[in-house]
Design a protein around this ligand. Structure first.
Ligand SMILES: Nc1ncnc2c1ncn2[C@@H]1O[C@H](COP(=O)(O)OP(=O)(O)O)[C@@H](O)[C@H]1O
Ligand SMILES: [Mg+2]
Length: 238
């Protein structure tokens, strides 16, 4: 469904992504792991068209999308849930959710889409008229994911959904991501909690980045035989 081939992305003169190649197949959950600053968010931004690659290809459903502006990438069916939760604080939960719906075609049913989203996030239904800024951190993260879902994306890019949240909420969010994938969503996930991410699915694949390059990749089974290397890259025990 998505393929990056030899992607190089820069911020000015800083060369961040080096010949990066990754693939995400339909219905799959792929986890992107790596220490802080290795280029995980930049990879997401490159796919979304926020930071276009200087060279290399980004292919989505057989079509080259590198260089397209973010709103066009969104219209192709990719939704980015960024790491800095962008809940609009003075809009209600309902209004925030509606923003996610706007980019879609007119013929869709807002109420039906809301019901689908509430199936995953019942808490948001209870808080529908509350202002986004008055939600807890965990609820804001849920709202950010829910808003991404409102666009009914073909591919979701979820960047560090558990950052700064209490373990109980992290668990809740991971369960929701698991359910989304079981229901057929295709997800590229960046996650600091490698252990929690690896428990999301028995057949997930992971890419491990170091300094803007892919150091290791494989299925859970493949990576489990190289745990010492994985842990060295991540700088943590798993
Ligand atoms: N807007 C930017 N301008 C310049 N440098 C940036 C910008 N965003 C990120 N960087 C740098 O790019 C590198 C990769 O950042 P990022 O992709 O956010 O890493 P990660 O998500 O893996 O923590 C870091 O060295 C960071 O300082
Ligand atoms: Mg990041």
């Amino acid at each position: 469904m998505l393929e990056l081939r030899g992607v190089n992305t820069f911020y000015g003169y800083s060369h961040i992504l080096h010949d990066l190649s990754i693939r995400v197949k339909e219905g799959e959950i792929v986890v992107l792991l790596g220490r802080n600053g290795v280029g995980k968010s930049t990879t997401m931004k490159t796919i979304m068209g926020i930071q276009a690659p200087r060279s290399g290809e980004v292919i989505f459903r057989g079509e080259p999308i590198a260089g397209l502006p973010p709103h066009k990438v969104a219209r192709k069916g990719i939704s980015l849930i960024p790491e800095d939760r962008r809940v609009i604080p003075n809009l209600t939960v309902y209004e925030n959710l509606k923003l996610g719906f706007l980019i879609r075609e007119k013929d869709r049913d807002l109420e039906a889409m809301l019901e689908t989203v509430f199936g995953y996030f019942p808490r948001l239904k209870e808080r529908l008229r509350q202002e986004g800024g008055k939600l807890s951190g965990g609820e804001q993260q849920m709202l950010t994911i829910a808003r991404g879902l409102m666009a009914k994306p073909k591919l979701m890019l979820i960047d560090e959904p558990s950052e700064g949240l209490a373990p109980k909420i992290v668990h809740e969010i991971m369960e929701i991501i698991k359910r989304l994938q079981q229901d057929g969503a295709t997800i590229l996930l960046v996650e600091q909690h490698a252990e929690a991410a690896m428990r999301l699915s028995t057949n997930l694949r992971a890419y491990i980045m170091e300094k803007g390059e892919i150091r290791l990749h494989g299925t859970l089974q493949e990576l489990s035989t190289r745990m010492d290397e994985v842990e060295r890259c991540l700088g943590a025990k798993i």
